[in-house]
Design a protein around this ligand. Structure first.
Ligand code: BES
Ligand code: MN
Ligand code: ZN
Length: 497
């Protein structure tokens, strides 16, 4: 979708669909919507009155213009209650309206900035959220359909008649496009099947991105992984016929920076559970177990475009987790790169093993701050559902920054405790620790294990198992891979638009 901004009256813009809006409960539309209503002889007010259009968030209504204005049709998007209005509402309203426009086979769509007038939202934020909603909301995964159905909007034009808002609206729209396209790329990687998206495929993706975007890339092979002493990561890869890949992408800012942020993504391209095999229904969606990897890789593409003043290192220890004659057995003891030993009590707790070495590597490479994103535990999904990720953080400043970035980006985070007492649960009789600690508090046990490898650096662990993969539409994104964490990472590393 091409995105552009213009300063004009919406009554003058030629397009297939013009998107305006309405707060819930408003019966006499004002602002831009009021102007369109008057130009259409009061048709919008009439539909509100006769058909009971309430302006609920996600609700849309369509009005034909019959040539009264240059737009061929108008879609009115409900913004929900004015008291609850925020950027999340803008994304959902914009998504719903863009989906309706796509259903109407619109090619050129014009939209007002939701909430930048009566809603009082800064134009920059409104433009970003409006564009994110339109691009994320109209995503379709049709790569494997012989006859793809549906329609793509070719062009989105952001219209505002106030020239003083133009620069902000343009900057916000540009950021929104970059972020939303990164989200959709992550969704493509997650939704593509595990027979295609192998560790080698992720490595190729990183190499391609590096050459297109001007990033540095290093891919370590099985031999290098073993030589470096990454015994925890290597142990997960043993059952798979696919070679593991340890992927490092580095962004160096134009002006030298003394700060390096490492972002680490769990990259299990398929989690069968290994010898501690999952049952059929739990295994069904485990192609999504590389959602953390997808988030850090695609966020790097956005970072290369936005060029923040900080050095960023993206790390993915990519492998499948498969059973087989060479696979790691329950009871095996492995040694991670930092020398610590782990008893593998359950081969299905593989994510923390790969992250142990990936986080150690980040420390070794001089990261000042480490953020890992992982579809780590079913327990976190039970605790928080699909609406937010669990946040475990060793540093209060990093924690509050991440929570704020979560609110701004819509990738919500909820703090969970690194409760030291529970380290007891992962103490092993035969090694420094074991990789499971029983059913109770299992998201916490996973986080406590990874913390052992952060060497006291400010570190955050985001358990994205819930939001990574949607079983139903959430108003913004539909079923399947969601690209959780992509917008958060961009906000965290680049700041606001
Ligand atoms: N990839 C799974 C976690 C997961 C479960 C993600 C459901 C998304 C939805 C992870 O590797 C796993 O299997 N975790 C186990 C850990 C347990 C064996 C300690 C879990 O949460 O059940
Ligand atoms: Mn597992
Ligand atoms: Zn897993």
């Amino acid at each position: 979708m091409q995105v552009s901004n213009i300063t004009a009256s919406i009554l003058d813009v030629a397009c297939d669909v013009l998107i305006v809006n309405l707060f819930e409960g408003v019966t006499c539309p004002g602002g831009a919507t009021g102007a369109v209503d008057r130009a259409l002889g009061g048709q919008i007010s009439e539909i509100i009155e006769r058909e009971g259009f309430e302006g609920k968030l996600g609700q849309v209504m369509t009005v034909r213009t019959g040539g009264a204005i240059p737009a061929r049709a108008v879609v009115v998007a409900g913004l929900g209650k004015a008291e609850k209005f925020d950027r999340g509402a803008v994304r959902k309203a914009s998504a719903a309206a863009a989906r309706r426009a796509a259903e109407m086979k619109a090619s050129k769509v014009a939209t007002i900035l939701h909430g930048a007038g009566i809603g009082g939202m800064p134009a920059r934020q409104s433009a970003q959220a409006t564009v994110e909603g339109a691009i994320i909301g109209t995503y379709r995964f049709v790569a494997y359909k012989s006859e793809p159905d549906g329609h793509d909007i070719a062009e989105l034009v952001i219209v505002d008649n106030d020239a003083s808002k133009f620069a902000d609206a343009e900057a916000g729209a540009a950021r929104g496009r970059i972020a939303a396209e990164a989200v959709n790329r992550a969704r493509d990687l997650i939704n593509s099947p595990a027979n295609e998206v192998t560790p080698s495929c992720l490595a190729d993706y990183a190499r391609r991105l590096a050459s297109e975007a001007g990033l540095d890339v290093t891919v370590l092979e099985r031999e290098d992984i073993e030589k470096l002493g990454m015994g925890a990561f290597a142990s997960v890869a043993k059952g798979s016929a696919q070679p593991p890949k340890f992927i490092v992408l580095t962004y160096t800012p134009p002006a030298p920076s003394d700060r390096t942020c490492a972002i680490v993504g769990k990259g299990i391209t398929f989690d069968s559970g290994g010898l501690s095999l999952k049952d059929g229904s739990s295994m069904a969606t485990m192609k999504d177990d590389m959602s953390g990897a997808a988030a850090v890789l695609t966020a790097m593409g956005a970072i290369a475009e936005i060029r923040p003043p900080v050095k960023v290192m993206a790390i993915v220890a990519a492998t499948e987790n498969m059973p087989g004659g060479r696979a790691t057995r329950p009871g095996d003891i492995v040694r991670a790169m930092n020398g610590k030993t782990i008893e593998v009590e359950n081969t299905d707790a593989e994510g923390r093993l790969t992250l142990a070495d990936a986080v150690s590597y980040a420390v070794r490479e001089g990261a000042d701050e480490i953020v890992d994103l992982a579809t780590l535990t079913g327990a976190c999904v039970v605790a928080l559902g699909r609406g937010m990720s669990g946040l475990f953080c060793s540093d209060t400043s990093l924690e509050s920054r991440l929570i704020e970035c979560g609110k701004a980006s819509g990738d919500l985070l909820w703090p969970l405790p690194l409760f030291d007492d529970y380290f007891e649960n992962i103490k092993s009789d035969v090694a420094d620790m074991k990789n499971t600690g029983g059913r109770e508090g299992s998201a916490i046990a996973g986080a406590l294990l990874i913390r052992e490898f952060a060497a006291g650096k400010p570190w955050a662990h985001l358990d994205i198992a819930g939001p990574a993969y949607l079983d139903k539409d959430n108003g913004l994104a539909g079923k399947g891979g969601a690209g959780a964490g992509v917008r958060l990472l961009i906000e965290y590393l680049c700041g606001p638009a």
